[in-house]
Write a protein that binds this ligand. Structure first.
Ligand code: FE2
Length: 286
C-alpha cells in the first residue's frame, strides 16, 4: 500500500535561499528533489527596488504573485499591470516578462515545464501567453460547496465571452480554497497514451493548515509547503482548523483521475453564477 514515503514534502521556509540578482531563489521542486520530469518550481523573493526578468526560451513558464504588500509592476507584451496577490503571467516559448518590486518585496511562485508533445496539445495552438489576476479569473465551486478554485491555467475553462482561458495543455494550475473541513476525494492520477509517465502533480500551501493522506498515513502540513505526488500514488487533502489556501498544479495536463473514495460528486465543479441568484453552470472538463 502507498504511504507517506512515496511523496516528497518541501517547505520553502526551510529550503536553501540562493542570492540572485533579483533577490532570493528557493528551488522547491525538480527532478532531484521530487523526481519530477516535467516540472521545476521556484519560490522567488524579488527584493524591494529590484526586478525579476524571465525569458521563456523553449519552455512554458507560469509566474504567480503570492504576496505583494505594497504593490509592484508586471510588464508583459508592452503593457504594465499591477503586481498584486493572485496576479501573474503564463509565458509560452519565446515570450518574456518582468516583475518589479516597488514598495516592498514580492513573493512569487515560478513554475517551468518543457514544451509538451503534440499529442498532449490535442490540436490546441499552444499560445500565446497572457496576464491574469483575480478579477479576470472565474471562481468554480465543487458539488459539496467545500472547495472553491480559480484556475489561472486550464485549457477547458471558458471566460465569460466563451473563449478558452488557456491555449495549451502544458500546465494546469490554479488557486484553491478549502473551507474548514473541506476535502478532496481520495484519488490518484494516472498517465495517458499521450503522456504515459503521467503529470508532475503538486500542492503548494499558502495559508491555513492541511492534512495530507496517503494510504493509512496522514501528515499535517504548514503554510509554505510543497507536496509532490508521483503518478499513481493515491492522495487526499483536507483543511484543518479553518480555511486552507493553496496552489495546485499538473504538468503536463494529460492524465486521468480515479476517485477511490465514496464522494460520487467529487469531480464535479460549477462556475459561480455571474449575477446573485443566477443558475450555476457545470464546468465541462472535456
Ligand atoms: Fe490530486
Amino acid at each position: 500500500m502507498a504511504n507517506m514515503s512515496d511523496v516528497s514534502i518541501i517547505n520553502w521556509n526551510k529550503a536553501e535561499a540562493k542570492p540572485v540578482a533579483s533577490g532570493l531563489e528557493r528551488t522547491i521542486c525538480n527532478q532531484g528533489l521530487c523526481g519530477s520530469k516535467t516540472l521545476d518550481v521556484y519560490h522567488r523573493t524579488v527584493s524591494q527596488g529590484r526586478r525579476f526578468e524571465v525569458q521563456a526560451g523553449n519552455e512554458y513558464h507560469l509566474v504567480y504573485v503570492i504576496e505583494a504588500p505594497k504593490g509592484g509592476t508586471i510588464s508583459f507584451n508592452s503593457k504594465s499591470h499591477a503586481a498584486e496577490a493572485g496576479a501573474g503571467v503564463l509565458l509560452v516559448p519565446g515570450e518574456s516578462a518582468s516583475f518589479e518590486a516597488s514598495g516592498s518585496d514580492l513573493q512569487m511562485l515560478h513554475m517551468v515545464t518543457p514544451k509538451p508533445p503534440a499529442a498532449v496539445e490535442q490540436g490546441l495552438p499552444g499560445g500565446p501567453g497572457y496576464f491574469f489576476n483575480r478579477k479576470t479569473l472565474r471562481p468554480l465551486t465543487d458539488a459539496s460547496g467545500g472547495r472553491v478554485r480559480r484556475f489561472c491555467v486550464e485549457s477547458t475553462v471558458r471566460l465569460l465571452d466563451g473563449s478558452r482561458l488557456t491555449p495549451t495543455n502544458a500546465i494546469q494550475a490554479g488557486e484553491m480554497r478549502y473551507h474548514d473541513g473541506g476535502s478532496s476525494p481520495y484519488h490518484r492520477h494516472v498517465g495517458t497514451p499521450a503522456n504515459p509517465d503521467g503529470p508532475s502533480h503538486c500542492y503548494i500551501t499558502f495559508k491555513g493548515r492541511g492534512v495530507v493522506q496517503v494510504g493509512d498515513d496522514t501528515q499535517e502540513i504548514e503554510p509554505g509547503t510543497l507536496v509532490f505526488f508521483p503518478t499513481g500514488v493515491p492522495h487526499r487533502l483536507r483543511a484543518k482548523g479553518g480555511p486552507l489556501d493553496y496552489f495546485e498544479l499538473q504538468a503536463w495536463k494529460s492524465f486521468k483521475t480515479d476517485v477511490l473514495s465514496e464522494e460520487k460528486l467529487g469531480l464535479k465543479w460549477y462556475y459561480e453564477p455571474v449575477a446573485p441568484g443566477g443558475a450555476r453552470v457545470e464546468w465541462d472538463q472535456t
